[in-house]
Design a protein around this ligand. Structure first.
Ligand SMILES: Cc1ncc(C[n+]2csc(CCOP(=O)(O)OP(=O)(O)O)c2C)c(N)n1
Ligand SMILES: [Mg+2]
Length: 371
């Protein structure tokens, strides 16, 4: 059983709400959510999961070098993303497709990045402060802490108005929690009391290394050593993810310093399309997590609230349309000019680059002639 006695949860797997001591503040934190909001949580998770499957298929069909699936982690992401406020800055790792969707990222931009036709992603000013995917593990924790220190210097937090005070949220994984960068980011965040939430998605694996090798103690307990308040939540519970993140972000933006959330979830798919998890993972473990699917849980909750079957049918249809649109737009992506490989190496023309470009032109031509 991956959960501990400390794991916080609002939604049971059968979709019923958990009541009980100590949960009042979390129930309070979701009390303003309407049925329309809940439907939106479900819609987003379903559409992004379908997108994820389609992107995996596109990779297998040769349209991308790599795909990074996030199936199984939708609830941790949808709840925390909806809990952020428009003025917040979000620093993702590379698996936060649902967060990106909520913040307004066109998910084709992730495909474009992994296809190698952009110079690294998108413009965060056009994606509601959803910053770039970061493949160098944990470096985004430092970017986030630096940004949050800047917010402090600018006086853009702690005015007492949650609708304008800014905060930062950084996503990182269980494996990344062992990186020096993460530990340095935690030290600086604590020293400067940054308006920041560290959102750790513990999906139980860092490629083929299980989380038990990363730490003998639950990861959220590490935060205490740095002086950060922390909680461990059931990351497959979208409502608890929303509640814990809302409380933590609002405390951070109000001047109470950085907070830490560990969301227990699971990477249902492979690490990436370059990986085969059947080589190192136990079938029983996968079965446990498949039985704790976050979207099934939320559907059960909605059904318990009386949401009718036609809603689920229309969401499924929308997800199919979304996937078809992604496929159509992926196939329409044009290759960048070959010369771009050389164009940005030096700011000015350079003899070596010209020589290499001439060589490549000749070589490419010889291949065409050989056909
Ligand atoms: C600095 C650095 N070291 C190693 C890698 C290779 N690498 C890519 S993903 C990964 C595992 C990361 O695991 P975790 O932080 O748990 O995130 P997850 O992939 O599970 O979402 C590793 C070792 C890297 N990208 N960057
Ligand atoms: Mg991991």
């Amino acid at each position: 059983m991956p959960y501990t006695d400390s794991t916080l949860r609002l939604l049971n797997q059968d979709g019923t709400l958990v009541q009980g001591d100590g949960l009042d503040q979390y129930h309070q934190a979701i009390s303003h959510l309407t049925e329309a909001d809940f439907r939106e949580f479900y819609r987003v998770m379903t559409v992004v999961r379908r997108f994820d499957v389609e992107a995996g298929n596109l990779q297998r069909q040769g349209h991308m070098a790599l795909w990074v699936p996030s199936i199984g982690q939708e609830a941790a992401q949808v709840g925390s993303a909806f809990a952020s406020r428009p003025q917040d800055h979000i620093f993702p790792a590379y698996r936060e497709h649902t967060v990106g969707y909520v913040r307004g990222l066109d998910l084709l931009d992730i495909i474009r990045m992994l296809r190698g036709v952009t110079n690294g992603g998108w413009d965060p000013k056009k994606t509601n402060n959803f910053h770039l995917y970061t493949l160098v593990l944990a470096s985004q924790t430092l970017h986030a802490t630096g940004y949050a220190m800047g917010i402090g210097y600018d006086g853009a937090c702690s005015s007492g108005n949650p609708d304008t005070d800014e905060a930062v949220m950084v996503y990182f994984g269980d494996g990344s929690s062992s990186e020096g960068d993460t530990n340095e980011a935690l030290v600086f965040a604590q020293s400067y009391q940054t308006p920041q939430v560290f959102f750790l998605q513990n999906n139980h694996w860092a490629i083929s290394v299980p989380v038990r090798v990363q730490s003998r103690t639950p990861l959220f307990e590490r935060a205490a050593g740095f002086g950060l308040p922390s909680v461990q939540i059931d990351g497959n519970d979208a409502l608890m993810s929303y509640a814990a993140t809302r409380l933590s972000l609002d405390a951070a933006r109000a001047g109470q310093g950085p907070h830490f959330i560990e969301a227990l979830t699971y990477r249902i798919g492979a690490h990436t399309t370059s990986d085969d998890p059947t080589k190192y993972r136990d079938e029983d473990e996968l079965a446990f997590w498949q039985a704790h699917d976050p979207i099934d849980r939320f559907r059960a909750f909605l059904e318990g609230q009386g949401v009718e079957g036609t809603f689920f049918d229309s969401v499924a249809e929308e997800a199919e349309d979304y996937a078809a649109d992604i496929r159509r737009r992926t196939l329409a992506i044009e290759d960048p000019p070959l010369e771009d490989i050389f164009r940005h190496v030096y700011t000015e023309d350079h003899a070596l680059m010209s020589d290499e470009w001439e060589w490549l032109k000749e070589y490419t031509q010889s291949l065409e002639e050989g056909q």
